[in-house]
Write a protein that binds this ligand. Structure first.
Ligand code: IMP
Length: 200
């Protein structure tokens, strides 16, 4: 019987990446998302860290569905802004991805390239009846002067990883998966998760 997991998210960009990374890293699993459970209302992210919020989302969804759950809590940490937007990345401007990008670019207006360092952070939590598994991934880079590229989601058009001349939105999605905070955290989680799912 094919095992099921629920991704504790409605974010299409994030879910698509988790799907791609997991289909390469673990065997056959049926992946559901919160779109399959319209009766579950929005889970408030009241934690003070990526770890707390990821655990909160995974544990809530596992409790409500009784299906093993996977949550990714992620965000952009900008040094010049004292770590903002951090855990508030999704709701930074209150006006979606384009508003968030504009807010960051406005806040970094006239800040020189060497002071535009940032990193993406992702914490993945998988939870089932045996308890939670955690993994963390980070990707270092800098905030560009203007948005470039059409791929990906969120802040991808303004984030240029260290050692690359393109933004994440200009890079091929398979390259993003190999280097990204999400790729690192999920690939780190995959072996223990495969054991939990009885695949190894
Ligand atoms: P969460 O759903 O609270 O984890 O929010 C994550 C937010 O961080 C997203 O909505 C994006 O704004 C941002 N973010 C996280 N990962 C990425 C990424 O890989 N690319 C671009 N933005 C990201």
């Amino acid at each position: 019987m094919v095992k099921k997991i629920v991704i504790a998210s409605h974010n299409k960009g994030k879910v698509q990446e988790i799907h791609r990374i997991f289909s390469a890293a673990i065997g056959q699993v049926e992946i559901l998302t919160l779109d399959d459970f319209p009766e579950i209302s929005e889970i408030e992210e009241t934690g003070e860290s990526f770890e707390e919020n990821a655990l909160l989302k995974a544990a809530t969804v596992f409790k409500l569905t009784n299906i093993p759950a996977l949550a990714d809590d992620s965000g952009l940490v900008i040094d010049h802004l004292g770590g903002a937007p951090g855990i508030y990345s999704a709701r930074y401007s209150g006006e979606g991805d384009l508003g968030n990008i504009k807010k960051v670019l406005d806040q970094l207006d006239s800040v020189a390239r060497q002071d535009r360092s940032a990193r993406f952070v992702a914490v993945a939590v998988y939870i089932d009846e045996s308890g939670p598994l955690f993994a963390r991934g980070e990707l270092e880079g800098e905030i560009t002067l203007e948005p470039r590229g059409e791929n990906g989601f969120g802040y991808d058009p303004i984030f240029q990883p260290v050692n690359y001349s393109q933004t994440l939105a200009e890079l091929d999605p398979t390259i993003k998966d190999q280097i990204s905070h999400r790729g690192v955290s999920l690939n780190q989680l995959a072996p223990a998760l495969a054991v939990r799912l009885g695949q190894k």
